[in-house]
Design a protein around this ligand. Sequence first.
Ligand code: GAL
Length: 422
Amino acid sequence: MRFCSPVIALASLFALMQAPLTSQAAGEKKLEVFSWWTSGGEAAALNALFDTYKNQYPGVEIINATVAGGGGSAARPVLQTRLAGGNPPDTWQSHPGWELLGQYVEPGYCEPITELYTSNGWDKAFPKDLVGLMTKDGKTYAVLAGVHRGNDLWFNKKLLEKNGITVGDKLSMDEFFADCDKLKAAGIPALGVGDSGIWASAQLFENTLLGVVGGQGWTDLFAGKMKWDDPKVKEAMKDFAKMQEYLNPDHSALSWDQAIGALIEGKVAFSSMGDWADGEFIKANKKENVDFGWVSHPGTDGSFIIVADGFTLAKGAPHKDAAIAWLKSIGSKEAQEAFNPLKGSIPARTDVDKSKFDAYHQWSMKSFASATLVPSCVHGEAAPAAFQQALNDAVTAFIVDKNVDNFANALVQAAKESESNK
Ligand code: GAL
């Protein structure tokens, strides 16, 4: 059996939670946190987590192990090498669902932290469905720092106004393309993309797909009840192909946050991106609803693509009690209220002081409470890593050949392979 007995695991976890940090030898008061949070907004928010931790558990030196690259595309392979080589960081960033359970829990890289949920009242503070995505065989393996909404369309408000464009509460695909045409006629790239990491374009497709198939279609697709060559999926592929006509020409040279930077500078008008983009606007001191605005990605009003960020406890963590303290800190109201306003995500805890959040966050919290919640594929939640990779590869090919049948067939094939490997 791969895992040690849950009873032993819980007992040792409990013992460690009781041990004061001061019981560590001086040289061991360290904590290594692994993430890919390096953009302006991401780093500012991560620092807020560090500051909260330092206040709550003084005297621990934090090793900030980051590997740059949005969506973790560069970080995850580095992490895998470390984990496979028996050299884990104490704790690392992970999305719930397939990523956490398939890539880290299944091979035995994580220690369960179930006991933290009961001893800290988290079983009441966090939504059960989200905790369920981090739980296997009754054991929970991560605590969430925040919940991003993946399907947002951001825009430069002043640039749109200058071009006679106003965006209401919702935007249909037809309205969106009409706006794009206006901007194109004015010589402005309507849609800013930064896909030096291809996941950013995969995300544009993911959002577009949701807009066409809807929340139920999404569930059906990932449950194998709708096929990847369904006419609706192909319609989304055609929309995605059409979007390519309105892109900034330098998209493949830019990262996601540079594309948001281009939006801020008025070089592009829209960008379809998860609300970590909000962190960039905040970092740049831009005013919401004055300098920038947002709406659900065309057709996705009423749905919320969850991109949640959790932290794990490594099995064999070199600084285990500091790591447990880190997880306790992340799950505290204080950390959730310090981190999320800067990150663009909403707190995973449902009992925070909402008045501490700006209009965007209020909007997202409202959406989270009422919308159909669906997991992201691009961010590793909805499908196994192999399918996530196959989607990235298929998007890379499609951007060049625009061949809908090839795109659909590649995904049909990838879905079959993931199914047979389950
Ligand atoms: C996501 C992550 C977010 C954000 C984004 C861009 O995968 O969940 O927190 O950092 O990548 O890097």
